[in-house]
Ligand binder design. Sequence first.
Ligand code: PLP
Ligand code: ZN
Length: 461
Amino acid sequence: MSEVAWQECINPTCGARVDIQDQTFACPKCTGLMDISYQWKLIPVPRRMKAFARRWAQRNERLNFSGVWRFRELLKFAPEQDMVSLGEGQTILQNSRALADYVDIEPPNIFLQYEGLNPSGSFKDNGMAGAFTHARMVGAKTVACASTGNTSAAVAMFASAAGMQAVAFIGSGKIAYGKLAQALDYGARTIQIEGDFDVCMRRVQQVAERLGLYMMNSINPFRLEGQKAIMYRVLEGLNWQVPDWIVVPGGNLGNSSAFGKAFMELQKLKLIERVPRMAIINAAGADTLYRLVEQEKMKWNDGRCDPELEKKFFEQMDSERRSAKTLASAIEINRPVNLRKCLRALDVCSGLVRTVTDEEILDAKAMVGRSGLGCEPASAASVAGLRKLRAEAVIGKNERVVCILTGHALKDPNVTVDYHTEVNLGQIEKYQRVGVKRANLANRPVVVPDDLDKIIEAVGL
Ligand SMILES: *Cc1c(COP(=O)(O)O)cnc(C)c1O
Ligand SMILES: [Zn+2]
């Protein structure tokens, strides 16, 4: 077993260790989730975060250009020549004065971490840099994922670049067009299953096991190593100051889990003095985490989570046939695979969970669009969530807040066009079933005959 990095069960009362080359991603002893652990003494980690920023001046070097591998000492599970990069992580932390009023935060204190700038248009690329590096290390030829859309887009893109075959399992009729377009164009074998994401997730695990495919979902702990870098870049954007809050949408809970691990490690390495708080935002129609944490009071409890509570919760979900329902398709998930890791992250970051309605999500999305950046519906849950937490006065007006914008506006053009053009949005079945009544911030196109005076009148200046 490598002395520098290994896989370890997240449950401290189990603590089973597995070689870095293993690709099972489940604890052999208790079937729980695995982490990547490091022997930090054997890694030349800089004494200050600032040291990483210097690499930006040497960005002609491929690993320094990567917004993930620029921080490579903090995820050093692979030799440098194996590190896969498509130039992921060229993202910005934008100080968004335009949104300050909407979310009721003092103007200099609201920031948007815009992950839509990644090569495939979502934060998933950070994770794929990590996971494809591991896939290359173990000699994988075919990689598989279940996806609500962005994972398949990112997997398909990285597979085509790395010379591997991708197999993507997607739910029927649910996937946003921009994302489906990517999977098809990058040559992924795309399997549309009659069912939702939770069904696809179960099936892909069975198929991957049967056929020996390499799993690219966020149960893959190497993916979450890459996603830690999102937090490193947030700190970089704030000149290495720790914000008060990170607000992030929650779906399969890989991102929030990765953020928690990033802060846990940075604190252990004494690279930061304090940890920010984290708010995870569920869509109201896919609110498993909210129910378990805020209503059932499920806690990490040093790895001794209450298994009965969890079992009963999901049994009841099954008996009620409750499936996830939200237009924010990237977070339309009722069985988040990283639940326990996320409970640990909530513990590390004194976190909390809230839900927002689809109408709130779509309005927040329109505001993000007007503020200089665009995003897809799921991403706007962070902004809608912040607005709610301000209304509840849980977050103070003068606290410094970073909302994660997880994906690009062009991922889901249909929802955007419907929102701005459909006069009776709430009467359309697709919107009615998720409780959207109105597009409160619609920017309607104006229809005019081909007549110069009428056109000038329509321009309205
Ligand atoms: C995957 C995804 C999410 C959900 O992230 P998790 O890590 O699964 O919680 C949110 N927004 C977008 C755009 C995504 O692609
Ligand atoms: Zn275990």
